[in-house]
Design a protein around this ligand. Structure first.
Ligand code: RTP
Length: 152
């Protein structure tokens, strides 16, 4: 049975988010919301790796441009854990097209173009599991916030 309190999602700051210095803001939003940071690394991904990540979109007219964009610089790969993390993570990111993203969301606050939309978030628990395995094949450090009783 799934435990929504311990749900995990894969969140990635895309190359434009890294270049624009938005990494700290994005991490801060997830921390302040109450999610637990489970894994984090800076990666300049290969085209093959990105084609695996976006495998479902192969054949879309924007696919080559998407791979060029994602391969243009390092990304920040993260796993966040907490209550309903997949759905809540997507709502914090905003709509795929920033022009349709509400103010207060990451894309709604910082982006205008669908081809430069700053961040990625898993769209289902099943895809989150696949993406976490793809980006963190080495596994994830386990730790408990319970060890730090001053964190609420
Ligand atoms: P993501 O996977 O990056 O979180 O985005 P998403 O689920 O919200 O949207 P998806 O349809 O999976 O598209 C993946 C990424 O492809 C780029 N895109 N460009 N030019 C276009 O029409 C177009 N449509 C999508 C965006 O960077 C989108 O986030």
């Amino acid at each position: 049975m799934s435990n929504k309190n311990a749900e995990r999602t894969y969140i990635m700051v895309k190359p434009d988010g890294v270049q624009r210095g938005l990494v700290g803001d994005i991490i801060g939003r997830f921390e302040k919301r109450g999610f637990k940071l489970i894994a984090l690394k800076l990666v300049h991904a290969t085209r093959e790796h990105l084609e695996d990540h976006y495998g479902d979109l192969k054949g879309k007219p924007f696919f080559p441009g998407l791979i060029n964009y994602m391969a243009s610089g390092p990304v920040v790969a993260m796993v966040w854990e907490g209550l309903d993390a997949v759905k809540t993570g997507r709502s914090m990111l905003g709509a795929t097209n920033p022009l349709a993203s509400a103010p207060g969301t990451i894309r709604g606050d910082y982006a205008l173009a669908v081809g430069r939309n700053i961040c990625h978030g898993s769209d289902s628990v099943e895809n989150a599991e696949k993406e976490i395995k793809l980006w963190f094949p080495e596994g994830i450090v386990q730790y408990s916030h319970d060890l730090a009783p001053w964190i609420f």
